[in-house]
Design a protein around this ligand. Structure first.
Ligand SMILES: CC(C)(COP(=O)(O)OP(=O)(O)OC[C@H]1O[C@@H](n2cnc3c(N)ncnc32)[C@H](O)[C@@H]1OP(=O)(O)O)[C@@H](O)C(=O)NCCC(=O)NCCS
Length: 207
C-alpha cells in the first residue's frame, strides 16, 4: 500500500501515514475542507489491505483564487476527488473496492458534495469499466468538466498528466455528456449547453 507517500501539495510536509496515525481517518490539511482516509485491515494480521483517500480538489481550488474565497469554499464543498483507491491484489474481487468507494461517496454526499471525480491511469480499460459499473462517466483524455454552482463557473480537465477523470454526481445530481461545437464535455444534468465561443482556459483538477 502507498500509505507512506507524502500528501503534497495539501499537507505540511507530513506523510499520509503520519496524518492517519496522528488524527485517525479524518483530518484537515489545507485551508478548504477535510481529507478522509478509509482503511480496510486484514482481520488476522491487522495490516492495511485497502485504502480510499478522498480530498477536496486542492489544485483546482488554488486556481480559483482570483474568484475569491467564497467561490473557493463553494468549490471545496461541491467537488471532491478520490485521490487514491487501492486494494491489495490478493484480496481483490471480494467487494472491498466497492465497499470503500460506497463509504467514500456516502461521506461526501452527507457533506453536500455534488460531484466526485476519480483518477484512472490513461488506457486502463479494466478500471474504467469498474468505475462505469459503479455509476461513473469516464471523460475522454482532455475532455472538460463544466458546470456552474452558486456563483462559480467550473471548467476543468484532467491536466494532461497521464490520468483520465471518472465523474459521478452525488445526492441526486446526474452527470451527462454534452456537445459544444465539434467537442464534447461533461456537465451536470439540467445545465444549458455551454456557448461555443467560451474562450476561458480550463483549469486542471489533478493534484
Ligand atoms: C479497482 C480496485 C480498487 C477494485 O478493488 P476490488 O476490491 O477488487 O473491487 P471489487 O471486489 O468491489 O470489484 C472487483 C470487480 O472485479 C471482479 N473480480 C472478480 N475476481 C477478481 C479478482 N481476483 N481480482 C480483481 N477483480 C476481480 C469482480 O467481479 C468485480 O467486477 P464488477 O466490476 O463487474 O463488479 C482494485 O482493482 C485496485 O486496487 N486496482 C489498482 C489500483 C487502481 O487502479 N485504483 C483505481 C484508480 S484510483
Amino acid at each position: 500500500m502507498a500509505v507512506g507517500r507524502p500528501l503534497s501539495p495539501y499537507g505540511d510536509g507530513k506523510s499520509l501515514k503520519q496524518h492517519i496515525d496522528a488524527h485517525g481517518g479524518e483530518f484537515s490539511v489545507m485551508p478548504f475542507g477535510k481529507v478522509r482516509a478509509i482503511v480496510v485491515e486484514r482481520e488476522t494480521r491487522r495490516d492495511v489491505c485497502g485504502l480510499a483517500l478522498v480530498l477536496p480538489p486542492g489544485q483546482l481550488i488554488r486556481q480559483y483564487a482570483d474568484q475569491g474565497s467564497v467561490a473557493q469554499r463553494s468549490l471545496s464543498v461541491a467537488v471532491a476527488e478520490i485521490d487514491l483507491l487501492a486494494v491489495d491484489p490478493d484480496v481483490r474481487g471480494q467487494g472491498l473496492g466497492t465497499a470503500l468507494l460506497s463509504e467514500a461517496e456516502q461521506w461526501l454526499a452527507n457533506r453536500k458534495c455534488r460531484v466526485v471525480t476519480a483518477k484512472i491511469a490513461r488506457g486502463d480499460f479494466q478500471v474504467m469499466r469498474w468505475y462505469r459499473r459503479r455509476g461513473y462517466l469516464v471523460a475522454a483524455q482532455g475532455e472538460h468538466l463544466c458546470f456552474s454552482m452558486h456563483n462559480v463557473f467550473l471548467d476543468c480537465d484532467d491536466g494532461n498528466d497521464g490520468y483520465q477523470m471518472a465523474i459521478k454526481g452525488l445526492g441526486g445530481t446526474s452527470i451527462r455528456r454534452a456537445q459544444r461545437g465539434s467537442e464534447t464535455y461533461v456537465t451536470v444534468e439540467g445545465q444549458k449547453t455551454i456557448s461555443a465561443d467560451r474562450k476561458a482556459p480550463a483549469r486542471s483538477i489533478c493534484t
